[in-house]
Design a protein around this ligand. Structure first.
Ligand code: ADP
Ligand code: F6P
Length: 508
């Protein structure tokens, strides 16, 4: 455990946002997204330092330690940085490109300049705070140049990089006018982590294709080994960067902190059910309001099932809890208005006075409240068109260790690789979505034992693959790369029967 800045995480966002109330009072509130949910417990365990943006432009609060003992080090972004780096290059260029062009990416030179400038800014902050020889773990697509810049500024650091979103196929990535710079930036790391083996393969294929430009060289994947637990094939490979360093690339499926999951009291669940009209079936969607999440498709499928009589509006309720996200970006505005129009239309058609069929919240809710929604829901709908992992699916499963409930899960969410006992669907095909929802509802009603077996199996997968395993696998693998003795908490030999990723990447 550090506490001395020997373990530094750098992410675009801090785990808290600075909120200014109309009366001028300032308050820190939890910031959105899966990255924060996953990394918070890891940082707490390390008592580490977290470098990131405080969620509002032009604010530069002093570093402070939060109540969990994590040192938060805010990075100031100007309004111009916010527009060019965050809204522009990160979320209107990279986000759609890495999510398989669900909307069209915009390529804009000024945004690229802003992205570079802000990556330099983050690098200066990290170079300033990280202890000699510290481990620095760079997070996500907003900071892909950071490993390369840090490598130059602070060659003493051990640098890891983890991408929380999908890594696209080389054909898509190669559209990016600044592709070589991004690859070079990433290759500054000692270890690059991605959620899934398929993303690793995309990255390796890409570096093969553009190696002439980046000076890198990709070896053959060292051995595509299947671990003791076959749900996700763990693969590792190495690339030789332009400066001759060996860079590891491997799959580490992210997860949740099961120990922090609070099972609500039975009364809380009963109260919620009563509040929404005591329906026979409660369905639930929980997402950032993002066009990648397939919220509109899920509403359309629900509407058609009501229309056809497959679902009875007197017996079913859908709760949709949507966190506001990236609200000034055009495609997010469009997604929100489409969702809200559909909610209004469905209620207009199928609700009765005092009894909506869709309850829609456009806000972030506390974790304790969220767990009541999860525990109450009979059917969870995760219908993303593309999602790096999707922690919501795992959070739902975590609350159903008793075998209750059913998970409808998009086959395009990374989580489907592990949670393959869910009712899988193709959200691009409304019939497939409807079929999966129907099957889940029918299974609960007619074949509860089989539904329970499936949920118990899902729960076992999440229970045995939590975020602490994710973090320690990554850290062990990093240690292996920097030539230090690899240590696993269980004492297993890396690469042995423990199934850890460490040791799967060649170190010779
Ligand atoms: P992403 O990182 O793209 O937002 P994930 O599903 O991986 O998607 O993670 C979302 C995280 O945000 C989860 O931890 C989930 O509990 C949380 N979350 C989503 N919607 C809400 C909401 N309305 N209120 C509070 N937390 C939310
Ligand atoms: O995991 C994807 C991710 O984009 C994170 O990088 C990010 O912190 C989170 O979702 C929420 O998005 P934003 O920071 O843009 O609100």
């Amino acid at each position: 455990m550090s506490g001395d800045n020997s373990f530094v995480v750098v992410a675009n966002r801090l785990p808290v946002d600075l909120v200014t109330h109309p009366d001028g009072r300032e308050e820190w509130s939890p910031s959105p997204g899966g990255l924060v949910a996953a990394l918070s417990p890891v940082l707490e365990e390390h008592q580490g330092c977290w470098v990131g943006w405080p969620g509002v432009s032009d604010a530069a609060p002093e570093p402070f330690r939060n109540e969990a003992g994590v040192l938060l080090h805010p990075v100031k972004l100007t309004e111009a940085d916010f527009e060019g780096f965050y809204e522009g290059f990160s979320n209107a260029t990279l986000w759609p490109l890495y999510h398989d062009l669900i909307v069209e990416p915009v390529y804009n030179n000024d945004w690229w300049d802003a992205y570079r400038e802000v990556n330099l800014k983050f690098a200066d902050e990290v170079a300033e705070v990280a202890a000699e020889g510290a481990t620095v773990w760079v997070q996500d697509y907003q900071l892909q140049l950071l490993p390369g810049i840090l490598r130059q500024l602070r060659p003493d650091l051990k640098i890891g990089f983890f991408l929380h979103i999908p890594f696209p196929s080389p054909d898509l990535f190669r559209q990016l006018p600044w592709r070589e710079e991004i690859i070079r930036g990433l290759l500054g790391a000692d270890l690059i982590g991605l959620h899934l083996p398929s993303y690793v393969e995309n990255f390796l294929n890409l570096t093969r294709q553009v190696s002439g430009h980046t000076g890198s060289h990709t070896g053959q994947p060292d051995e595509l080994q299947v671990s003791g637990e076959p749900k996700v094939r763990e693969i590792g490979a190495h690339i030789t960067a332009a400066d001759g360093r060996r860079v590891g690339v491997a799959a580490f499926p992210i997860s949740i902190d099961l120990s922090s999951v609070r099972q609500p009291a039975v009364e809380e669940i009963t109260q919620l059910r009563e509040k929404i009209g005591s329906p026979h079936t409660v369905m639930l969607g929980v997402d950032r309001l993002d066009y990648t999440k397939g919220i509109l498709q899920r509403l359309l499928a629900f509407e058609e099932l009501l229309e056809s009589g497959a679902l009875d509006p007197a017996e079913v309720v859908l709760l949709q809890i949507a966190t506001p996200s990236r609200e000034r970006i055009e495609q997010y505005r469009v997604a929100r208005s489409q969702v809200e129009e559909a909610v209004g239309r469905i209620n207009g058609r199928f609700a009765t006075i005092g009894r909506p069929v869709v309850h829609y919240l456009h806000k972030s809710v506390p974790k304790s409240e969220l767990s009541v929604y999860y525990a109450t829901a009979d059917v969870m709908l995760v219908t993303a068109f593309k999602d790096g992992m999707n922690l919501v699916a795992k959070e739902y499963v975590a609350l159903h260790g008793d075998g209750s409930g059913a998970l409808v899960l998009s086959e395009f969410a990374g989580a489907s690789q592990e949670l393959d006992e869910a009712y899988l669907c193709n959200p691009f095909d409304l019939e497939s979505l409807k079929r999966a929802i129907n099957t889940a509802v029918q299974a609960l009603a007619q074949n509860p034992e089989s539904a329970q077996d499936r949920m118990r199996e899902l729960h076992e997968q999440v229970r045995t693959h939590d975020v602490h395993l994710w973090a320690s696998s990554f850290e062990d693998c990093m240690a292996g790369f920097s030539g230090e003795a690899v240590h696993t908490p269980s004492g297993d030999t890396p690469g042995g029967s423990s199934g850890r990723v460490a040791g799967k990447v060649s170190r010779d």
